[in-house]
Design a protein around this ligand. Structure first.
Ligand code: G
Ligand code: G
Ligand code: NA
Ligand code: MN
Length: 253
């Protein structure tokens, strides 16, 4: 059986899992959020990463159900952490294919209301390539998602082709600098200059800046110095099951 034909049944059957990767403040490395990253606990093939099946889901309507599952799971988990005294938010990835889905905004409204999550606690990550498909439509959807109480983050920023045009057309709360620039910054003055410039640009547009792909202490210190507000990467934690997020070395805000 091909993975793409199995996936809808697997979602219904409860085979998807959500892992979480911490986001920490640049200064003191307190956990202020987590990014939800989907996995598939496949009965024969073992634990599959998103690269193995998210692209398949994106080629069919399956991505709609997958996204709804991850949103519900992540928001419920975030609400549980907050009830336990952890002042954290949660970030969920949205594919281009769901941005055009008429039910998306209502789903977000419903899930936030169901778990009584405060405005600004859920962040929705979109990539430039997702926005490229239909920039005007995307701007309207992002505005509606923000009106519903979610934050919007521009993921993998700097790798698309029309970054600056995007910034003129839509309002976002957060910019995630692509990990290719972050990882290279300690070794290449050009990359460090690009990180600095993206930070300044984002701050002037009142956006918070996340540096992703921080793999060592030297990179963490450098991008903090370049002005990043929040850091994410293997140096702090890999994506882990919910139960492991607050049991390691990292403390929450
Ligand atoms: O963990 P890995 O490096 O394989 O992740 C690859 C990609 O899968 C990342 O770009 C990430 O944004 C994407 N991804 C992970 N979880 C989800 C999800 O729930 N929905 C969507 N649309 N993409 C996801
Ligand atoms: O495209 P997106 O930014 O959503 O991708 C998130 C992916 O990045 C996850 O699959 C996660 O495993 C991966 N990731 C997170 N931190 C690091 C890191 O420090 N280094 C590398 N190479 N990948 C990372
Ligand atoms: Na992301
Ligand atoms: Mn990214």
């Amino acid at each position: 059986l091909a993975l793409h034909t199995e996936l809808p049944g697997a979602i219904a059957d409860g085979q998807l899992r959500v892992h979480y990767q911490p986001l920490v403040t640049a200064g003191t490395h307190r956990v202020v959020g987590v990014e939800a990253l989907v996995r598939w606990q496949h009965p024969e093939r073992g634990l599959l990463g998103p690269g193995a099946f998210v692209p398949l889901a994106e080629r069919s309507q399956t991505i709609v159900g997958l996204t709804r599952f991850v949103l519900r799971e992540a928001v419920a988990q975030c609400a549980a952490w907050r009830a336990d005294g952890h002042d954290v938010g949660v970030s969920v990835n949205l594919s281009a294919a769901v941005l055009g889905e008429p039910t998306l905004v209502q789903t977000v409204r419903d899930v936030l209301a169901e778990h009584r999550l405060e405005r600004g606690t859920l962040t929705l990550e979109v990539t430039e390539s997702a926005l490229l498909d239909d920039p005007c439509g995307a701007a309207a959807v992002l505005a509606a998602l923000r009106a519903a109480g979610a934050r919007v983050s521009l993921d993998d920023f700097g790798t698309g082709y029309t970054s600056l045009t995007m910034l003129r057309q839509l309002e976002a709360d957060e910019l995630k600098i692509d990990r290719s620039f972050v990882a290279a910054a300690p070794h290449a003055p050009t990359d460090a200059a690009i990180v600095r410039a993206l930070v300044d640009l984002a701050h002037r547009l009142s956006m918070e800046v996340v540096a992703e792909g921080v793999e060592d202490a030297r990179t963490a210190d450098l991008v903090r110095g370049l002005g990043a507000d929040v850091l994410q990467g293997f140096h702090f934690s890999r994506p882990v099951p919910a139960a492991e997020v607050f049991t390691g070395a990292l403390a929450s805000a």
